[in-house]
Design a protein around this ligand. Structure first.
Ligand code: ACO
Length: 426
């Protein structure tokens, strides 16, 4: 085993260098503090592996994203969201029998406790769907306490199935509530994605026919968002779970983290930005703003913490966006603006030097808007898909014998110890 030596004030600390199945080696610094009395400093975890994981591998420079070894473009093209969910949860692609059994199990969990509908009615009608999702997903632990014993693998599996199955129902309810239409019960004769589309866009007064073009595009978007290694929301789910919190509460914490515009909120922000740009002739003005250090404006949907050459998910969705809009016969000026902005930025030195490329959010917003979702729903759809990754990573962590409560250290820069001064003497 390779070894590394860290020298602190002349004191040498020898420690193993661990190798994964692929990717950079990692220096094991678990004993660093005990043996040298120093911490490492790494805000944003840019050089720190927080766990061992066998789910997803990303090579940001090569634009590679693998789930359990399978490239994302192959999964997006050839498989379904349910198959990817099975793969992430179980490690292998399902056999035909396993696939049938899994989809049936998920389908059987799509309904939510009727009392949850009352819970929804406590929200303002104009509440953001993510605000509702933070609340109702956290509340699931109150409705399903029989699957919150994290030390029981059977209860863990039930809770993971419940979360995956109920997210489409809850996301569709959040949408229906915001537009004042009645909630639709799930129709278990439909696919996972078809069912979600019907609960979102159907009405009780009419039959809803699922459009296969939309169903396939939606399923692709779900696949592309299913998991993404130790990103901010997944790390939050793991950190919350490391204390022994139940999975519903942990996923609610993930939803809260995903909501931010630097993470899952970026597709909403990207589409809003494209609408604000409006027409391609205004692109130079916005590019100039993005480059101006005195202007906080950033090109939303550009740049990624890990992908520094291209985002493989953006590649898949760039093609899908054109396909969907062509098949639906939609000509959207937002897509024209998106295409021109992409070309403009890819030729600009500022973006080239900083390796800023369109990320998955740049295109997903265009497709979701064409399907008919309001921008406020975009992040809720991301949360729906990412629930698979969250629960798979959470379960992997609970089963990991090396797992400990997450407790980062800090570089303290506040006042040193001083004595309290009475109010009248200040
Ligand atoms: N527009 C303009 N300039 C940018 C952008 C952008 N979108 N992103 C980064 N930069 C610039 C920064 O100003 C910085 O410039 P400097 O070196 O001159 O100071 C440089 O590029 C590096 O930026 P960092 O913020 O240090 O890069 P980091 O890896 O920390 O940030 C992030 C990545 C948060 C995604 C950032 O690129 C960003 O804010 N992008 C827009 C939001 C977005 O699309 N987020 C989606 C992420 S993907 C996802 O969650 C699915």
């Amino acid at each position: 085993m390779a070894e590394s030596t860290i020298s602190v004030d002349g004191k040498e600390f020898k420690t193993p260098v661990l190798s994964g199945s692929t990717g950079p080696d990692v220096i094991d610094i678990r004993k660093l503090y005990g043996q040298t009395g120093v911490f490492t400093y790494d805000p944003g975890f840019t050089s720190t592996a927080s766990c061992e994981s066998g789910l997803t591998y990303i090579d940001g420079d090569a634009g590679v994203l693998l789930h359990r070894g399978y490239p994302i473009d192959q999964l997006a093209e050839k498989s379904s969201f349910m198959e990817v969910a099975y793969l992430l949860l179980n490690g292998e692609l399902p056999s035909s029998d396993e696939y049938q059994k899994f989809t049936k199990t998920i389908t059987r969990h799509t309904m939510v406790h009727e009392q949850l509908a009352t819970f929804f009615r406590g929200f303002r009608r104009d509440a953001h769907p993510m605000a509702i999702m933070c609340g109702v997903v956290g509340a699931l632990s109150a409705f399903y306490p029989d699957s919150t014993n994290i030390n029981d693998p059977v209860e863990r599996t039930i809770s993971m199935h419940r979360l995956i199955a109920k997210m489409p129902t809850l996301a569709a309810m959040a949408y229906k509530y915001s537009i004042g239409q009645p909630f639709l019960f799930p129709d278990n004769s439909l696919s996972y994605t078809g069912n979600f589309l019907r609960m979102t866009f159907g009405v009780p007064a009419e039959d809803y026919v699922v459009d296969p073009v939309i169903e396939s595009a939606m399923d692709k978007i779900f696949i592309l968002h299913a998991d993404h290694e130790q990103n901010a929301s997944t790390s939050t789910v793991r950190l919350a779970g490391s204390s022994g919190a139940n999975p519903f509460a942990c996923v609610a914490a993930g939803i809260a983290t995903l909501w931010g515009p630097a993470h899952g909120g970026a597709n909403e922000a990207a589409l809003n930005m494209l609408r604000e740009i409006g027409t391609p002739d205004r692109i130079p003005e916005f590019i100039a703003r993005a480059k101006n250090k005195d202007d906080p404006f950033r090109l939303m949907g550009f740049g990624h913490r890990v992908y520094k050459n291209f985002d493989p998910r953006a590649k898949v969705l760039s093609v899908a966006a054109t396909e969907v809009l062509d098949k639906l016969g939609i000509s959207d000026p937002v897509l024209d603006t998106a295409r021109e902005l992409e070309q403009f930025a890819l030729k600009d030195d500022y973006f080239i030097e900083r390796k800023l490329y369109p990320n998955v959010d740049f295109y997903s917003g265009v497709i979701l808007s064409a399907i008919g979702f309001p921008t406020s729903m975009f992040t809720a759809l991301f949360a729906l898909a990412r629930t698979v990754g969250w629960v798979a990573q959470w379960n992997e962590m609970i089963a990991d014998p090396e797992q400990k409560i997450g407790r980062p250290r800090q570089l303290y820069t506040g006042p040193t110890q001083r004595d309290y001064v009475a109010l009248e003497n200040r």
